[in-house]
Design a protein around this ligand. Structure first.
Ligand SMILES: C[S@@+](CC[C@H](N)C(=O)[O-])C[C@H]1O[C@@H](n2cnc3c(N)ncnc32)[C@H](O)[C@@H]1O
Length: 218
């Protein structure tokens, strides 16, 4: 992986089969050990997003959607930070089972969770103040079947479910700032790039993760 290209090698990470199998395993692991499994991009990726929302004084009753929520951990952290209107979607039923179990364990029954494909969202999903994506657009970009078309569909879905002026926070390890601007720039304004840790590899320094905040154009 890594930025700088328009397309990526298709990979199992882009398929529903992969995520179903992953979360089936994680669900079993959770039942056995109580461990919710991987937090993509680590703990700091959650504190970075929540810190930004808090700094901007985004009201605690804002309607917030986590796209491709996985184990739902980000939503649990948002709920613990005081946000009250939270919903997570994932196209993997096992991920939604796992995230429901995580909320039960954390005592957060108010967090809504449902099986939904962001590429074909139900009418019920609309009017969000904030949509968050941590690794889901990346996964979709790796789909072996017509990823370019799927990325376009993602942008359309996002545009439909966010209210005008609504915010979209994306964390990506596949795409650079310029590439994401290219994907989302038509219907969304880039508000801010959030700083991430810089890593050094083979004498070259670069950001391995890009975090951008977009606002849906009014
Ligand atoms: C890299 S994981 C990230 C999980 C979570 N956001 C996190 O940060 O830990 C990508 C997630 O996107 C979900 N996903 C991929 N394509 C999706 C789609 N079209 N609709 C909904 N969820 C999708 C996968 O099932 C998986 O949970």
């Amino acid at each position: 992986m890594g930025g700088g290209e328009d397309e990526f090698e298709p990979s199992a990470l882009g398929t529903k089969e992969h995520w179903d199998a992953t979360y089936k395993r994680e669900l079993q692991h959770f039942d056995d050990t109580g461990d919710a499994g991987e937090i993509w991009f680590g703990e700091e990726s959650m504190s970075r997003l929540i810190g930004w929302l808090e700094k901007q004084k985004i009201p605690l009753d804002s309607c917030i959607l986590d796209i491709g929520t996985g184990n739902g951990y980000l939503l649990a952290e948002l709920a613990k930070s005081g946000y009250t209107d939270l919903i997570g979607i994932d196209y993997s039923p096992s991920a939604i089972w796992l995230s429901k179990k995580v909320m039960e364990k954390e005592g957060l029954p108010q967090v809504k969770l449902q099986v939904e494909d962001i590429l074909n969202p139900s009418d019920e999903l609309s009017g969000f103040h904030v949509c968050i994506d941590k690794g889901t657009f990346d996964a979709i970009s790796l789909n072996p079947e017509n990823a370019a078309e799927k990325r376009k569909q993602y942008v359309k879905s996002l545009h439909r479910i966010l209210r005008p002026g609504g915010l979209f926070l994306i964390t990506s390890c596949n795409w650079t700032r310029e590439e994401l601007l290219n994907e989302f720039g038509e219907g969304f304004l880039l508000l801010e790039e959030l700083p991430t840790s810089v890593f050094c590899f083979g004498g070259k320094t670069g950001n391995n993760v890009t975090v951008l905040v977009f606002q849906k154009k009014i």
